[in-house]
Design a protein around this ligand. Structure first.
Ligand SMILES: Cc1ncc(C[n+]2csc(CCOP(=O)(O)OP(=O)(O)O)c2C)c(N)n1
Length: 661
């Protein structure tokens, strides 16, 4: 092993961060310069990883929750020898197409575990990673799964509300393999954190069931000692590492001026001279690079031992199952389960709420798919998503497949991302559709990262009735549909629910929202072919008798209204067809000819959805009729509300006749 002083190793990070930000004239030098000691100790002495195998399943996870300090991570990946992270990429920091975007993107750069930048979420996501580790270890054994999740979090991460949800959950579940290194530099963008904060973070974490302590975050031996203690703890650990933002910068260190802009030529030169770093940009002394590369190869032996242990511990069948699970490949039994479910539903139609038919689907899925994991933000009895076979997950029952997240929608959605990214589980989580507002930041990151998580969102419209407008979503369908790569499915009956669940679980490149009713709905579908009708986004549910003069488009609970309107129109001699549209965006994404065939050529187009019109014009045009909501709902029984707001078959018939003249 090459022996190089710790400070020279840490200074390699500082030098690269300063130079990259300077060259880009954009970025955040302060965090990498302040936290370089913490990162150096972690990566050279503790973190279990192999730079040649970034995806080795039993690697420790490292999450840079303070994503603005991305140059810290890029410097570490380069120094430890990740093939993708060349010096050229560091030189192209923040440039188009580089592996070094402004904030770390896991879908873009190998070695990055999750996308961070929106403060607080990295920490909350890491809780999910630690949950997945605990669950998977309980199932496959500690010889196979036994790793830590480390997080570097900043003041901003801990100020964000979601951190409280995450901390509370981790403490409650005793996630002792989760170790948070808090870059405690008391500076944020506006100035000292004392402008807006006086929380004692050590006490805060301790009160949530964590082990927590304050150390000198620029003292390598203190850092190492604290991590060693944390590794032995039976609780999650938080180490508040006192650091100096922009350490080394002659006038900017310790101030917000070091946070988020290039240091400038004079300050950079001064910092390098003070730290003893070569003035040559992007240069790392040979012996320092060699020592770093050795640190990057340190985990290779552990990985090989793990491979050997796997071979000795798991049968071939179990190994294949482990690999399948980690890769998010679905078992063959799942397709069979759906086939049986649909057959049963066709034989015995169910006139029930879609949240109830979703429960039936879940009871079919759970036994067929050991990785199926669900959870609810304290609405389990209403969201109907706990499988009969599922035990609760808890500190003592890590094999449980149902997670009580408490009233923590954002924490739940962020944890689901972490669980998915870790691998081994297909997480789903539930609340009322209206409360996606509370989960949205993590849902957006799920869509950006492409995590195949499933949100079970019930009580999807005024149809929830008496709880009133605070709980009745009106803009949420449009808002969720607007998120690129989010797939929203709003099934109209039990068969569509089964189809939508099948689509959701087989989607591994992005999240799905299942939008479900509280109120009962008739089963409209009488057939279910192997070609999943919902997979096209929309399909003709009821054909017109003769050439259609009216096309009625609807989703979810309003499809029955469209069907009733079609009948009434037929009675008046007007040929109309009904197109069920469980997914507006999937329909719009169909090839043009297929999309056109589904939308059809009827001169009158009417959409019915108990929500705002936003988005429907793409199907019905500006002159199409929309039967839906134009403002907030009201508190009353559901059937009164549909009448009150004019979302009825009669209204659709009237609109059709008016347009036909
Ligand atoms: C949710 C969210 N809000 C705001 C920001 C913009 N932002 C980036 S860094 C930062 C605060 C920086 O303070 P700190 O977390 O202490 O980082 P440091 O100054 O130590 O680098 C803010 C407000 C963000 N990235 N995410």
């Amino acid at each position: 092993m090459t022996h190089v002083e710790h400070s020279r190793m840490a200074n390699a990070i500082r030098g690269l961060a300063m130079d990259a930000v300077e060259k880009a004239n954009s970025g955040h030098p302060g965090l990498p310069m302040g936290a370089a000691d913490v990162a150096t100790v972690l990566f050279t002495q503790f973190l279990k990883f192999d730079a040649t195998e970034p995806n080795w399943p039993d690697r420790d996870r490292f999450v840079l929750s303070a994503g603005h300090g991305s140059m810290l991570l890029y410097a570490l990946l380069y120094l430890t020898g990740y093939a993708d992270m060349t010096l050229d990429e560091i030189k192209r920091f923040r440039q188009l197409g580089s592996k070094t975007p402004g904030h770390p993107e896991n879908f873009h750069t190998k070695g990055i575990e999750t996308t961070t930048g929106p403060l607080g979420q990295g920490l909350a996501t890491s809780v999910g990673m630690a949950v997945a580790e605990k669950m998977l270890a309980a199932e496959f054994g500690k010889k196979v799964v036994d790793h830590h999740t480390y997080v570097l979090a900043s003041d901003g991460d801990l100020m964000e509300g979601v951190s409280q949800e995450a901390i509370a959950l981790a403490g409650h579940w005793k996630l002792n393999k989760l170790i948070v290194l808090y870059d405690d530099n008391s500076v944020s963008i506006d100035g000292p954190t004392s402008l807006s904060d006086s929380v004692d973070q050590v006490k805060r974490f301790k009160s949530a069931g964590w082990a927590a302590e304050l150390i000198d975050g620029m003292d390598a031996s203190a850092i190492a000692a604290a991590i060693t203690r944390a590794q032995k703890s039976n609780k999650p650990s938080m180490i508040a590492c006192r650091t100096i933002i922009g350490y080394g910068a002659p006038t900017k260190a310790g101030t917000n001026k070091a946070h988020g802009e290039a240091l400038g030529a004079g300050e950079l030169k001064g910092a390098k001279e003070k730290l003893g770093i070569s003035l040559e940009p992007f240069s790392v002394p040979d012996d320092v690079l060699k020592a770093w590369r050795e640190a990057g190869g340190r985990g290779a032996a552990a990985r090989k031992e793990w491979e050997a242990r796997m071979a000795a511990t798991l049968s071939d069948r179990k190994r294949a199952e482990f690999d399948r699970r980690l890769k998010h490949v679905r078992p063959a039994s799942l397709a069979k389960a759906f086939k049986t479910l649909k057959k049963t539903l066709l034989e015995t139609p169910q006139n029930i709420a879609t949240r109830k038919s979703s429960e039936m689907a879940i009871d079919a899925i759970a036994p067929a798919m050991p990785e199926f994991l669900s959870g609810s933000a304290d609405l389990t009895g209403s969201t109907n998503n706990k499988a009969k076979s599922a035990e609760n997950f808890s500190a003592k029952t890590p094999k449980g497949r149902f997670v009580h997240y408490g009233i923590r929608e954002f924490g739940m959605a962020a944890a689901m991302n972490g669980i998915y990214l870790h691998g081994g589980f297909a997480p789903s989580g539930a609340t009322f559709l209206c409360f996606t507002d509370y989960a949205r930041p993590a849902m957006r990151l799920a869509a950006l990262m492409g995590t195949g998580v499933v949100y079970i969102m019930t009580h999807d419209s005024i149809g929830l009735g008496e709880d009133g407008p605070t709980h009745q979503p009106v803009e949420h369908l449009a808002a969720l549909r607007a998120i690129p790569n989010m797939r929203l499915l709003r099934p109209c009956d039990a068969i569509e629910v089964a189809e939508c669940w099948e689509l959701a679980l087989n989607r591994t490149d992005g999240p799905t929202v299942l939008v479900l009713t509280r109120q009962g709905l008739p089963q409209l579908r009488t057939t279910a072919s192997a070609d999943n009708s919902c997979g096209h986004g929309g399909y003709e549910l009821v054909a017109a008798q003769g050439e259609a003069r009216v096309s009625l488009f609807a989703s979810g609970s309003e499809v029955q209204i469209a069907v009733a309107a079609q009948k009434q129109l037929a009675e008046r001699g007007v040929a109309a067809r009904v197109v069920s549209v469980p997914s507006l965006e999937l329909l719009l994404a169909q090839p043009a000819d297929q999309r056109q065939a589904i939308i059809g050529n009827a001169p009158v187009k009417i959409a019915i959805e108990a929500a705002v019109r936003f988005g429907w014009d793409a199907i019905i045009g500006h002159d199409g009729a929309f039967i839906g909501m134009h403002g907030y709902g009201a508190s009353a029984p559901a059937k009164d509300l549909f009448k009150h707001f004019g979302i009825t078959a009669e209204a659709a018939v009237e609109a059709a006749q008016k347009r036909l003249g």
